[in-house]
Design a protein around this ligand. Structure first.
Ligand SMILES: [Zn+2]
Length: 159
């Protein structure tokens, strides 16, 4: 369709000329919807960004919801564990508690051994501390020897 106003070739479906906005439907040219193309574009963009915003909000809300839910679950699990532990603790026999106690001591001893293995690297950087420790151990050994001497000599008077 050719625009009768400016002669531009327009689509037959067009309601007005895209060049001069002359209305083909018979309406007065003065009432040409100057804003019309903008209006038809704007909702598309607005609709898209609106949809994106909705999706974003949904993602945020669902993310927050999931976070809240997982927090809630974690709290629930922790509470359940605490309840289970509380319910289990009194049910334990003294033997079980003793076994736990021993296991704890053994774990502590193992940890000490691990620390002892690490000690040389530590003490190499702190020789004074190592010296003090060695001296202390030597003194301790001396004391033990002193205490042991009378015991070794004990059978002598009976001879
Ligand atoms: Zn025209």
């Amino acid at each position: 369709m050719q625009c009768p106003s400016c002669g531009r070739q327009c689509s037959t479906q067009a309601k007005w000329c895209i060049g001069c906005r002359y209305r083909f439907d018979g309406a007065a040219p003065g009432s040409a919807p100057v804003e019309a193309p903008a209006v038809t574009e704007a909702p598309a963009r607005g609709g898209l960004s609106g949809a994106l915003m909705v999706v974003g909000v949904l993602v945020l809300v669902s993310g927050a919801g999931l976070k809240l839910y997982s927090d809630h679950q974690e709290r629930k699990e922790a509470e359940a564990a605490a309840v289970a532990a509380a319910a289990q603790a009194p049910a334990k026999s003294s033997d079980e508690r003793y076994a736990e106690h021993v296991a704890g001591i053994m774990a502590r001893e193992a940890r000490k051994k691990e620390l002892g293995k690490l000690q040389p690297t530590f003490s190499s950087s702190a020789p004074t501390m190592d010296e003090a420790r060695r001296k202390q151990q030597a003194e301790l050994l001396e004391e033990i020897k002193k205490q042991q001497k009378p015991l070794e000599l004990a059978p002598a008077p009976g001879r």
